[in-house]
Design a protein around this ligand. Structure first.
Ligand code: FES
Length: 144
């Protein structure tokens, strides 16, 4: 066997290995987004609780806050009894306002009205405000 045939065989082996490695990288790069889409996400659906000092929520008053990027509200309905809702109107998504003199929520967009329980009192909203779990732990309200 001549030097040139050994040299040529070595190049072919090297190029074959290089081509295989490049193929693996390209396949992995193409498969990664598919894997990320299909794989179950750890902790999916488990959002961190939002903590609000009890003193920030006065009796019969609403305290608006941000719940994982969306407006939300917590209300002290009776002494020591709290309720939390998404503040997003179920009609077309406007943010509701608290009307203390009427003890209800009003949507400024189309006059949808909601009770202190989040139920629809009037207007076009098709369903109640989304209820959020809230618990009083010591002097803190934990929402979520
Ligand atoms: S968006 Fe609230 S009533 Fe229409």
């Amino acid at each position: 066997m001549s030097d040139s045939s050994v040299n040529l065989s070595g190049r072919r082996t090297f190029l074959g290995g290089l081509l295989g490695a490049v193929g693996l990288v390209v396949t992995a790069a193409a498969a990664w987004p598919v894997w990320r889409f299909l794989a179950p996400q750890s902790g999916a659906g488990e959002l961190e609780k939002i903590v609000i000092a009890r003193g920030e929520v006065s009796l019969e008053q609403a305290h608006f806050f941000n719940f994982h990027g969306k407006p939300a509200v917590v209300l002290q309905v009776t002494p020591g009894q709290f309720a939390a809702f998404s503040a997003v109107c179920t009609h077309l998504g406007c943010v509701v306002k608290w009307v203390p003199e009427k003890q209800e929520f009003l949507c400024p967009c189309h006059a949808g009205r909601f009770s202190t329980e989040g139920k629809v009192l009037g207007g076009p909203p098709p369903k109640p405000l989304e209820l959020l779990p809230v618990a009083l732990v010591g002097d803190q309200l934990q929402v979520g």
